[in-house]
Design a protein around this ligand. Sequence first.
Ligand SMILES: CCCCCCCCCCCCC/C=C/C(=O)SCCNC(=O)CCNC(=O)[C@H](O)C(C)(C)COP(=O)(O)OP(=O)(O)OC[C@H]1O[C@@H](n2cnc3c(N)ncnc32)[C@H](O)[C@@H]1OP(=O)(O)O
Ligand code: FAD
Length: 674
Amino acid sequence: MPAISKTINKDLKEERDKVKFNIEEFTNWFYGGSEKVLEKRKIENYFLSDKSLNLETDTSYLSYKEKYEEAIRRSCIVYPKMLKLHQELGGTEEDFRKIMDNLRYTMSAIQKEGNPFMLHFGMFTVTIMNLANDEQLSEWLPKCVNCEILGTYAQTELGHGTFIKKLETTATYDPKTKEFVLNTPTLTAYKWWPGNLGHTVNHAIVMAQLYTKGECCGIQPFIVQIRDLETHKPMPGITVGDIGNKVGFQTVNNGFLAFNNVRIPYKNMLMKSSKLSEDGTFIKPKNAKQNYGTMVFVRVYMIMDVVVNMSRAATIATRYSMVRRQSPINPNDEVEPKIIEHMTQQYKIFPAIAKVIIYKCMADNLRNLYQQITLEGTKGSFERAPELHALSCCLKAVCTNDAAKTTEILRLACGGHGFLNSSGFADNYKNATAAQTYEGENTVMLLQTARFLIKSFTKAKNGEKLTEGVFYLNDFVKRNGKREPFDDSIRGILRAIQAAAAGKISSAWKHIEEKKKFLTVEEATNQTGIELIRCAELHCYVCLLQTGIEEIEQIIKNVSPALREVFKNVLELYAIDNVLNMIGDILQHVDMTNADIDKLQKRLEAVLTFFRSSAIGIVDGFDLSDAVVSSTLGTYDGNVYENIFEAAMKSPLNQEDVNKSFHLYLKPFLKSNL
Ligand SMILES: CCCCCCCCCCCCC/C=C/C(=O)SCCNC(=O)CCNC(=O)[C@H](O)C(C)(C)COP(=O)(O)OP(=O)(O)OC[C@H]1O[C@@H](n2cnc3c(N)ncnc32)[C@H](O)[C@@H]1OP(=O)(O)O
Ligand SMILES: Cc1cc2nc3c(=O)[nH]c(=O)nc-3n(C[C@H](O)[C@H](O)[C@H](O)COP(=O)(O)OP(=O)(O)OC[C@H]3O[C@@H](n4cnc5c(N)ncnc54)[C@H](O)[C@@H]3O)c2cc1C
């Protein structure tokens, strides 16, 4: 075995020495201030220093069942600690959010293949907070907050996930006993997919069709106890289990659930929005989509998850590329260059770093918007709900699609070693790709946004008032078919993308109108679907760049000159990379010449060169500990080869010289060939 040294790799040190800005200043911005950074480090250390978590164990070699059991063991250490910390911090909702925000990072060290309790706070408790009336809130919220019960969100069924109006589970009100009777009428009505449902939780929010007085009143949320609190056996009439192995999320314990005449009390239908009187009279909610609120909440918070996911992947690829040496650029060079010297390598990695920063700006903004609009909802005003829905849908789709794509690009950037499980890319990719489907399949999400855009375009054409995020449609209508002149300032690039988005929306609108002459509006819209999803993507790029510009314009007023340069270059790289990647769409609606494109290409190369000296500072500034990065290729010390070697030694096959398969199969096979 080679001697393994663990000092900081000298190539990485050399890179760090070249960084011109203060990394801690960047970290302070990234987490919202120096106090928050200290708090984050404290919280992370509070969890990760707990030796009983056994974080050194490589869980990837465990069986499916062992992985689940280990994940439960770890969650049963983490959650009591979390409850204790919450009390110590003050026990407020804000304190809870603080812990959850930090756990988002920390959990990637503890539950690499998913958290078997994630739905409890993430969706079960949130639904109760959003949809329970005061009486229900006082009964259930303390039980949730103290983890006296554990719950999940059971909406999707074997036959329906997207089109929730057609869910088949029924909850029929019996006014005589003041109970609901839950049933699963068909195989396709089995709840299928809810996280943590299989063998972990004992309660669920069940979305079911409410029947009362012989009429169906649409899907409503019900709290259902599914397992006995003492024995953990399924409650009478309940069938529940695990849905089996998946592409990823192995320890999330996604489950199935069916009901056979399960009776629950009247008070278990959440009644803040829709209401049912005890005699069985249904009262419609003020806003029909209020029951979808938890999905909006999760979509909003998922943009934060994307930031965590992409910052990890970018940290790994950046550090590795500054340690790995290969392929002289000039054939006679004695010393092989760090692979980061190759321009194409920079192009794989640096745009990902810029995206982390822009997505972070967007995630913070979206969260603020969510809080404002939710507050308006509590006061009975739902005017801005469609805008939030449209924005969160396209961002959920574009950002999770990008997280999966970027992780794959960054894995490829690490060559063969990127394919090792210990590189950390596999978990990152599996989590990102799961997020492309859950909480609303991405194409469906884009189509929801497109629906809003088409409506907004009709309004713009009729001179009606638009919501702020789509003001750019007014400019397009005013131009009356004239192409947007190209101006290569950052705001000019934004206007070009706005023109491309508006142009695409206008074309899709026109094509729907044409098709409507022969088809229903729904059929015409379906046939325009390919253009519509591009409308939503382009609109999302507009929102991201606009937010990036507005945020960075503010940031640079308050940071040191060296860090100002970094942010300016982040924006430059993000904008140019974006515009070059959508040149086809731009050329349709913007007066851009070949010379303009050449100029942009040169600017891309120049900004990559600037990034060369900042990249390590930025990824170090993400302040991800080695445990969170969880990668043999991405440790702070850059001892990549030593890490890879050590990880290989943990392979169960290396625990003995000769495996029994030699005696059982290989030896007889070889002998038979003599
Ligand atoms: C501090 C705590 C931190 C916590 C961190 C959180 C992370 C937690 C981890 C969680 C892990 C998640 C695991 C996964 C969970 C799940 O997947 S749960 C299941 C999710 N399921 C879905 O997302 C289903 C997707 N389908 C839909 O959303 C809807 O069916 C649909 C596609 C939107 C269609 O609905 P439907 O009722 O049929 O709508 P239409 O009749 O077509 O009408 C559309 C109109 O409705 C408006 N609209 C739709 N949704 C909303 C909404 N949410 N808000 C406001 N408005 C909405 C839409 O704009 C249309 O309006 P009009 O055009 O005016 O008609
Ligand atoms: C890892 C994971 C965790 C999950 N966790 C939960 C959970 O905790 N609780 C829960 O209730 N559910 C959960 N789900 C279910 C998840 O929310 C659904 O799978 C998701 O909403 C997609 O719905 P679907 O499976 O019905 O896909 P489908 O709608 O069947 O999608 C299949 C294809 O049809 C297309 N399609 C469908 N409708 C349209 C349309 N209107 N227009 C154009 N194309 C369309 C889609 O784009 C896609 O290409 C989870 C799923 C996964 C993968």
